[in-house]
Ligand binder design. Structure first.
Ligand SMILES: *Cc1c(COP(=O)(O)O)cnc(C)c1O
Length: 427
């Protein structure tokens, strides 16, 4: 095999199988433009981050203005307007009862912060609680802590010995929800855990698995009854994806700790936050310096990233944004409808603006052979779609038009046709 050298080591990329990277020079709204003159429809919001469309003028302007004013400042002992305003707005929009905002710069970091807050809380109130309960098929990031609380598999096999043990409850599949609730109840009873961490309503990287709001509400109730901290990882589900600003709204719950990232800047710059209830902050509040929350990153609450987040929050004040969400949800529902009766597909599903369908294949899972074939097919069609194994999902920016959605699903339909002839499918 001739080796193709790449000076850049790309994420989640097997360089021996993918020599050519698509070189993108411009992004506007729902479209990406490549160096060789192609226009690509971004059907996955550039890995789930872009919400209002690429290079939204209001966010671009905010970044430009802030960059020339104050673009970085140590956040220990210092503060600035963009961070203050983002925090104040977030506390207004997030579920009632969350009172403090801790900034970081990625979803993984926000989850690490959540876990450290939970463990710090129990440590500081003098209770020995360290065990974490998680949900099967979850994803919480690629750091050691994030992987520890996420699903084990081929992604983290090499690092397994370093990951800490957790207790896992089954995913609430339709009709088997009670099994999840029973397992959670049992997990909360024996050797009381420190926290339960879960992605509300949609498990993203685990395969766009969806479950109803009443299960989320029940899980919160069980944790509350056992005094187990409830951590909602809304890194992907936040910022409108599930049809409401945050997924927890639909269950009418307030988590003890919640993580937001991805769409927090509209997808323009990296930023994340971890919000918590007052008692968690208060357990660290003391004249005793050993009770400090010992966490930071160099770019904590970077002013330019915060300015982008502030601009994103402005856009959420505009009623037009919520109308766009509702419109996308309707378009998605109409687009998936014909696939429900299509024998080549199963588990056709949607929550809010996110839709997913599974191609029936001999082999499934993230490394299923069908994945790269689909990927190549969509690339030729100038569609940015990145199936999770045999699961094809569509998570468009809210700038997408009905014509864009039609084009995306025509591509999915044709992909199934093209690949069916190649013995890839059972149907
Ligand atoms: C993407 C994601 C993360 C990790 O976020 P990064 O910004 O990639 O570190 C954590 N949790 C969930 C639910 C995610 O979807």
């Amino acid at each position: 095999m001739p080796k193709i050298k790449s000076p850049i080591w790309h994420p989640f990329t097997q360089h021996a199988l993918q020599a050519e990277m698509t070189r993108v020079v411009r992004g506007i709204g729902t479209y990406l433009y490549t160096s060789d003159g192609r226009r690509i429809i971004d059907a996955i919001s550039s890995w789930w981050v872009v919400t209002h469309g690429h290079c939204h003028p209001h966010i671009v302007r905010a970044i430009q203005e802030q960059a020339g004013k104050l673009n970085q400042i140590i956040f220990a002992g210092h503060t600035h307007d963009p961070a203050e305003e983002v925090a104040a707005q977030l506390l207004k929009l997030a579920p009632r009862g969350l009172e403090h905002v801790f900034f970081s710069d990625s979803g993984s970091a926000s989850v690490e912060v959540a876990l450290k807050m939970a463990l710090g809380y129990w440590h500081n109130v003098g209770k020995q609680r360290v065990r974490i309960v998680v949900m099967q098929h979850s994803y919480h990031g690629d750091t050691i802590g994030g992987m520890s609380v996420g699903a084990r598999g081929v992604f983290n096999e090499a690092y397994g010995p370093l990951l800490f043990d957790v207790t896992s409850v089954p995913f609430p599949t339709t009709g088997r929800e009670q099994d999840t609730l029973d397992a959670l109840e049992a997990a909360c009873r024996n050797e009381i855990p420190a926290a339960f961490v879960v992605e509300p309503l949609i498990l993203g990287a685990g395969g766009m698995l969806m479950y109803p709001a009443w299960v989320l509400r029940e899980m919160k109730r069980i944790c509350e009854a056992s005094d187990v901290l409830f951590i909602a990882d809304e890194v992907m589900t936040g910022w409108g994806r599930t049809g409401t600003l945050f997924a927890c709204e639909q269950a009418n719950i307030t988590p003890d700790i919640v993580c937001y990232s991805k769409g927090i800047t509209g997808g323009a710059l990296p930023l994340a936050v971890t919000l918590c209830r007052a008692d968690i902050f208060d357990a660290h509040y003391s004249k005793d310096r050993t009770r400090t929350f010992f966490h930071s990153s160099s770019y904590t609450a970077n002013p330019v990233a915060c300015a982008a987040a502030r601009a994103n929050l402005d856009l959420w004040q505009d009623p037009n944004t919520r109308q766009r969400l509702a419109a996308i949800a309707v378009m998605q529902e109409q687009a998936i409808e014909p696939f429900r009766a299509d024998a080549r597909f199963e588990n056709v599903r949607r929550t809010g603006t996110v839709a997913a369908l599974d191609l029936k294949t001999r082999d499934s899972g993230y490394l299923a052979d069908i994945g790269p074939k689909l990927h190549a097919f969509f690339k030729n069609r100038n569609l940015l779609l990145r199936p999770l194994g045999n699961t094809v999902y569509v998570m468009p920016p809210y700038s997408a038009t009905a014509a864009d959605i039609d084009e995306i699903y025509a591509g999915i339909w044709d992909a199934a046709d093209a690949l069916a002839g190649k013995d890839a499918l059972l149907a």
